[in-house]
Design a protein around this ligand. Structure first.
Ligand code: MN
Length: 307
């Protein structure tokens, strides 16, 4: 039933369809037979995505002598983006900026995290972008100190940090942005944390030159945060590759010695999360051009105190 959709996709291989009332495995067995594929085949599979049950079904219609995972091959293909992919990612980044704007405009005393998420996703869906890159995050107050917390019914209060982490999909490509704002007022410590994260982020962004070892980006941000005394409150790597999925190659962990290459799109997202006080994360999407970093996301990064 989905042959027309499959044909409309970017897939350039052969498409074999079957009717709803047919057994797809019979159809596949017949298709193998018609092409002289009978026995002892080597299979190339995306083993991260093909469920074991499907592999069992395949084995029931053909003798698979070996399964070769193709993840690393596809990972390499996807890591370096061409011009049209960069255009889609720019669009996705524009949506992310707009979504942060909607979120900030919707901060009200007593409004819940979930209510703000609903406003963001409703606005973007009306614009024709109903697909998020991952579960939209709005975390407030002490909950902002949980780097991957679950948004819920906590209500916005004065003195809160409100941490947004969200992304939208444009033409199959994802954005991923984090911004943290305050509501009504901030303490000196909150202000200090905010500007340390911003300094760490900006220094790591400046280090995004082709040829730089990927791990150096993490170390650059971490040094700023450690020398400010917050090292133990930065528990995650500084970023990751971005593309058709919100997390893909390369990884920006401190021990990755591979070089940053022209055509990569990565996130830079240091954070400081202090229990009970709250957390700050500032995240941008960066395209590595031959002339250096091009930051795709652009929402204001000065400390915004929502009135
Ligand atoms: Mn991210």
């Amino acid at each position: 039933m989905e042959v027309p959709q499959a044909e409309a996709s970017r897939f350039s291989g052969e498409i074999i369809g079957y009717q709803d009332h047919e057994n797809p495995w019979d159809a596949l067995q017949k298709a193998f037979g018609q092409r002289g594929v009978h026995n002892s085949v080597q299979a190339a599979l995306e083993t991260n995505y093909v469920p074991y049950r499907i592999v069992e079904n395949l084995r029931s219609i053909i003798n698979i002598v070996s399964i070769n995972p193709v993840e690393s091959y596809i990972e390499q293909l996807r890591m370096l983006k061409d011009e049209s992919e960069i255009a889609h990612m720019k669009k996705a980044a524009e949506l992310a900026d707009y979504a942060i704007n909607v979120g900030v405009e919707n901060i009200r005393k007593g409004r819940t995290e979930q209510a703000i998420i609903a406003e963001i996703e409703y606005e973007l869906a009306k614009m024709g972008y109903p697909e998020t890159a991952f579960t939209t995050m709005v975390l407030s107050g002490e909950k902002s100190a949980l780097p991957h917390g679950n948004p819920g019914d906590r209500q916005i209060q004065e003195g809160d940090f409100i941490l947004f982490d969200l992304g939208f999909v444009a033409n199959g490509y994802c954005s991923d942005i984090s911004r943290t704002v305050a509501y009504k007022h901030v303490s000196d410590q909150q202000r200090d944390i905010y500007y340390k994260v911003l300094e760490a982020e900006e220094q790591a962004l400046n280090a995004c030159q082709p040829g730089t070892p990927l791990g150096e980006l993490d170390r650059t941000a971490r040094e700023v945060i450690e020398s400010a005394g917050y090292g133990e409150y930065f528990p995650h790597r500084v970023g990751h590759g971005l593309g058709m999925e919100a997390h893909e190659a390369p990884s920006l962990s401190g021990d990755n010695h591979d070089p940053l290459q022209e055509g990569m799109v990565i996130t830079i997202e240091p954070g400081i999360y202090v229990p009970d006080i709250g957390g700050v994360r500032i995240e941008d999407d960066v395209y590595i051009s031959k002339d250096g970093p091009v930051v795709l996301t652009g929402y204001d990064k000065s400390l915004i105190i929502v009135e």
